[in-house]
Design a protein around this ligand. Structure first.
Ligand code: ATP
Length: 234
């Protein structure tokens, strides 16, 4: 089966400075791939390239087996890719219900969007009238995920889902991410270093200074190598 998302020898730059030096990465339907690495390694840039909001300098981007390299920036989102950026991207002054209501542009009804969101995250149903800015960090992340899922993505890109959240909440969110993947979505999740993500990942890659230094199944041997890499790069 061809992967839903594939990056082949991708290079990307900000002006004259190249920050991705030939990334190869693929995510199949139903798979969770974790992209780990220290600050500034290029993780967010990789997600931006995959989401079609940052151009490739060279290499190729495939979506659903089709070459999406030449697509104009922005058109990639229409091919079923959804990026949930770092910092959650909810509208803090709007209520939970209003944040979800905005997603009716997808053609789904308000009732359907709410039903799906509240079934997945019952706490959001309880907080429906509360402004998003007053939710806990975990609840905001649940809302951001629900907004993203309303677009019915084939590929879900998550940037530092766990940032600033308590381990228990992170575990709950990851469980939902695993469930989303089980429903056939290809999930690429970026974390700086969150060992817990390896519990749900089928495959993990470590990015250091714009290069994949190590990748494989996130088993015990991988975790040991990862620890060594981190110690080595600090
Ligand atoms: P972090 O965990 O800090 O977000 P990251 O692994 O996601 O790190 P990127 O944000 O992709 O890394 O950054 C990779 C490199 O590109 C860094 O050296 C960063 O300084 C640089 N960079 C990122 N965004 C820009 C930008 N808009 N303009 C110029 N350089 C940038």
């Amino acid at each position: 089966m061809s992967p839903l998302l594939e990056l082949k020898d991708v290079r990307a730059a900000y002006d004259a400075i190249t920050v991705l030096h030939g990334i190869n990465l693929s995510v199949a339907a139903g798979q969770v791939v974790a992209l780990l690495g220290p600050n500034g390694a290029g993780k967010t840039t990789t997600l931006k390239v995959a989401a079609g909001v940052h151009p490739l300098k060279s290499g190729q981007l495939f979506l659903g087996g089709r070459d999406a390299t030449g697509l104009p920036l922005g058109d990639v989102a229409r091919s079923g890719v959804c990026l949930i950026p770092e910092g959650r991207g909810v509208f803090p002054n709007l209520s939970v219900r209003e944040n979800l209501l905005m997603m009716t542009f997808t053609g789904r009804s308000r009732e359907e969007i709410e039903e799906i969101a509240f079934a997945r995250f019952p706490i959001l149903g309880k907080r429906a009238s509360q402004t998003a800015g007053t939710l806990s960090g975990g609840e905001q992340q649940m809302l951001a995920l629900s907004r993203g899922l309303a677009t019915d993505p084939a590929v879900l890109l998550l940037d530092e889902l766990s940032m600033g959240l308590a381990p228990l909440i992170v575990g709950e969110l990851y469980e939902q991410v695993a469930e989303i993947a089980r429903q056939g979505v290809a999930v690429l999740i970026v974390e700086q270093f969150a060992a817990a993500v390896l519990d749900i990942a089928d495959h993990a890659a470590v990015l250091v200074r714009g290069r994949v230094e190590h990748q494989g199944r996130p088993d015990e041997a991988f975790k040991t190598e990862l620890a060594a890499l981190y110690l080595g790069s600090s």
